[in-house]
Design a protein around this ligand. Structure first.
Ligand code: AMP
Ligand code: FE
Ligand code: FE
Ligand code: ZN
Length: 282
């Protein structure tokens, strides 16, 4: 079982990286990628725990990227987390995330008793702060019973939405992942957050020419029909079709390992990374 999309409490998941890996091992996952939003700080711990449990580990990230003012998530797999251009961009992005979260909190403060301090408490231990931590603070104050409820009610009010902008463009995100030696994949391209309007064959073909390697096909937010359509698109454009659970601990209903990447896809991804490395050395 191969799960290439998971989150720890270094971003908006609720499990520590080691807990997440233990859970994955117990669920029968044989290869796991940790793909926290805009941070690689959980990778060392996850990799160490994976080695202990005989689970293959793929170093990953999920970058927030700008596609014409709409945020698109770009997964990076097999990245070298020591890449300087990547880390410099990530620090700036996380710094920006903090200011943006404060802006959302100040918009909320007109109607709810919530402070930046409350959110910081919820995000304690997280390297990358996001709306889910704001949701947690609202739940802690009794305004809702869960993160999904906050998203569909309080944060669902569009006047309270502040996108993570400026963020790298999708082309830049692909380039950053490429320079870090990794492969880039558009996460949940037709996920519920953005509908199916923006990401089509033309957009994918352009990103492919910028170096995109794959699209995530098997994801909870894609219907059976959409998975079929996306698989065909991947084939037409020449992209790998991946899958992952997008596990967030108790932050979302997603179960670890619930969506998988086919073994032959992982084999091809790994060989591409290896052949790039050998080409780079010669
Ligand atoms: P941000 O990047 O700060 O805008 O936060 C986006 C994150 O919010 C996503 O990565 C999801 O993990 C989370 N999220 C979005 N919608 C929901 C929802 N309905 N329930 C729980 N978490 C959500
Ligand atoms: Fe998330
Ligand atoms: Fe995502
Ligand atoms: Zn994710």
């Amino acid at each position: 079982m191969i799960d290439l999309h998971t989150h720890s409490n270094h971003s908006d998941g609720t499990d520590e990286p080691s807990q997440l890996v233990r859970l994955a091992a117990a669920a029968g996952v044989t290869t796991i990628a940790l793909t926290d939003h805009d941070t690689t700080s959980g990778l060392i711990e996850a990799r160490t725990e994976a080695t202990r449990h005989g689970v293959s580990f793929v170093s990953g990230i999920e970058l927030s990227a700008d596609a014409g003012g709409v945020i698109v998530h770009v997964l990076g797999h097999y990245i070298d987390e020591h890449s300087r251009p990547l880390q410099e961009r990530l620090s700036a992005l996380r710094e920006h995330r903090r200011g943006r979260a404060q802006e959302i909190v100040s918009r909320l403060a007109a109607d709810y008793l919530i402070s930046w301090q409350d959110v910081q408490e919820m995000a304690a231990g997280a390297d990358s702060v996001g709306r889910p931590h704001i949701a947690d603070a609202l739940v802690a104050k009794g305004y809702a019973s869960s993160r999904p409820e906050v998203f569909s009610t309080i944060l669902g009010n569009t006047s309270r939405y502040v996108p993570v902008l400026p963020a790298p463009t999708v082309d830049e995100a692909i380039h950053l992942i490429d320079v870090a030696g990794g492969l880039s994949t558009i996460a949940h391209p037709w996920g519920s957050a953005r509908g199916s309007s923006s990401i089509d064959r033309a957009a994918l073909a352009l990103w492919k020419s910028a170096g995109l390697s794959g699209i995530e096909v098997w994801h909870r937010e894609h219907s059976r029909v959409q998975r079929g359509q996306l698989l065909r698109l991947a084939d037409l454009v020449g992209l790998y079709a991946t899958g992952g659970s997008d596990y967030h601990g108790t932050g979302k209903p997603n179960r670890i390992g619930e969506c998988e990447t086919p073994p032959h896809v992982l084999d091809r991804m790994a060989s591409r990374v290896v052949s790039r490395l050998t080409a780079g050395r010669s």
